[in-house]
Design a protein around this ligand. Structure first.
Ligand code: AP5
Ligand code: MG
Length: 194
């Protein structure tokens, strides 16, 4: 398996770069945001719970999120066999710990964390633009500010967590999408072939 965490603030390009990574490495993409939005669209029980948190720009509780991840891995053994791109998970230190345990149980680990680094002004600009273009419900100024606060207080500590594990690779997340992808690919090829 080759497991990559794509890490970064709201709007940093996690989803965009994940698309490229799936094609390049044949990995299975798990975007927790997309999983939750799908539940909201289907009006499932989980969707109703998730909606309350997402609309407030807050994180879904860790235990719930970890169960969702565990189910996704259990239900897709063939798809995840080559490895997974984790997009939007982990988002807290307890989630990172849980991911480590989940992969460990399956005889694997996180191989690399790609951290897309983009300044807050550009993040807000990108998200508001997408909000206008696609109507994504949490892409409005009020919620974006909360999402960024939550990112700084609860998610950014993971940068230190993974740096200590020697797994964090900072990538400049601004500029051309293709150029950013080439930088990521260079890093990942080195790690894969090491
Ligand atoms: P999630 O869906 O993960 O949202 P997010 O982290 O806020 O990130 P986005 O999807 O908005 O941005 P992205 O980094 O994927 O960037 P993208 O490629 O789209 O989570 C949503 C919510 O779900 C959370 O707030 C939380 O409530 C809940 N949740 C999810 N996971 C959870 C977890 N693990 N625990 C608890 N709660 C959880 O790009 C953004 C825009 O910029 C696009 O329009 C794109 O076209 C554009 N763009 C991309 N790259 C560039 C570039 N280089 N230059 C210019 N524009 C660019
Ligand atoms: Mg995304």
């Amino acid at each position: 398996m080759f497991n990559v965490v794509i890490f970064g603030a709201p709007g940093s390009g996690k989803g965009t770069q994940s698309e490229n990574l799936i094609n390049e490495y044949g990995l299975y993409h798990i975007s927790t945001g997309e999983v939750l939005r799908d539940h909201i669209a289907r009006e499932t029980e989980l969707g109703k719970i998730a909606q309350n948190y997402i609309s407030q720009g807050q994180l879904i509780p860790d235990d719930l999120m970890v169960n969702i991840l565990e189910d996704l891995l259990d239900q897709n053994p063939k798809e995840t066999a080559k490895g997974v791109i984790f997009d939007g998970f982990p988002r807290t230190v307890p989630q990172a710990q849980a991911l480590k345990d989940m992969l460990n149980k399956r005889g694997s680990k996180v191989h690399a964390v790609v951290g897309l680094e983009v300044n807050d002004d550009e993040l807000v600009e990108r998200i508001l633009k997408r909000g206008r273009e696609t109507g994504r419900a949490d892409d409005n100024l009020e919620t974006v500010k909360k999402r960024l606060d939550v990112y700084h207080s609860q998610t950014l500590p993971l940068r230190d967590y993974y740096t200590k594990e020697g797994k964090y690779h900072a990538i400049k997340g601004t500029g051309e999408v293709s150029q950013i992808f080439n930088t990521i690919k260079e890093k990942l090829d080195n790690i894969k072939n090491a």
